[in-house]
Design a protein. Structure first.
Length: 251
């Protein structure tokens, strides 16, 4: 039985549908919730994989959120050991930052449902291949990452080119939220902080439109998520390939 480490930043952004998939595969989950334990120092050597979830903060908040530096160092160590890493939204931005790529604030956020276009490389990727068509995915992000050097660009949307990448054989960054189910979407739409962000976004759709689109698209996205996440979990416990990364300081 393998143990998987999960970095969580706020209670509102859990593993979602990825949680039962991990447990069904027989893995044990160790959560580090940095909202409750901002000084936690997890020993990543004890785990076979890492999932870094989303959150309302961003990479540049390290001065007043020192746990972000802890996370960057943990991601870097997992990469050097060749262990699978999955970054979702903020997690993908942290992964990209470790790999030397930029992370910047967008002029307008992506919130709601957007068609995801998989690149040629993405269509042949061992994890992301199930997303063959322009599948609608759920988004909620104000910042975006650049595709790191030596990483493979896997997906884009019409409004945000860098949506997914793979670095090495087993490190993935997803800007979008495949882990969502309908109750979790509703939870975000009723969260005062998230609702205020939507209202201030200047986007042409509101919470009611997102609810309608969720009813239309959630089943198909969950089916795709099941396939994609299971492909990622296939990497856990695989013989490890060690990688060399440039030494970086994360202040």
């Amino acid at each position: 039985m393998s143990r998987i480490l999960v970095f969580q930043h706020v209670a509102a952004e859990p593993l979602g549908t990825l949680d039962p998939l991990i447990r069904r595969r027989g893995h044990r989950i160790r959560f580090v919730n940095f909202e409750r334990e901002p000084d936690a120092q997890p020993n990543v050597d004890r785990y076979r994989g890492l999932v870094v979830l989303g959150g309302p903060m961003n990479v540049d908040d390290r001065a007043h959120r020192p746990h972000l530096r802890t996370e960057l160092l943990a991601i870097e160590r997992m990469l050097r050991q060749g262990k699978p890493v999955l970054g979702i939204c903020l997690g993908a931005q942290l992964l990209a930052h470790v790999l030397g790529a930029g992370v910047a604030r967008r002029e307008r956020p992506e919130i709601g449902w957007y068609p995801l276009h998989v690149t040629d490389a993405g269509r042949g990727d061992p994890v992301l291949a199930p997303l063959q068509a322009a599948a609608p995915v759920f988004q909620w992000h104000r910042y975006q990452f650049e595709i790191p050097r030596e990483a493979v660009h896997l997906a884009r949307t019409e409004t945000c080119e860098p949506q997914a990448f793979r670095w090495g054989d087993s490190a993935y960054g997803f800007q979008f939220h495949l882990e969502m189910d309908q109750p979790l979407v509703e939870r975000w739409l009723h969260n005062p902080h998230y609702r205020e962000e939507l209202l201030a976004s200047g986007l042409p759709h509101d919470a009611r439109a997102i609810q309608a689109q969720t009813r239309q698209h959630i089943a198909a996205m969950q089916a795709n998520a099941h396939a994609v996440f299971n492909n990622f979990l296939d990497l856990v416990g695989r013989p490890q390939k060690l990688y060399t990364l440039p030494t970086r300081e994360f202040f």
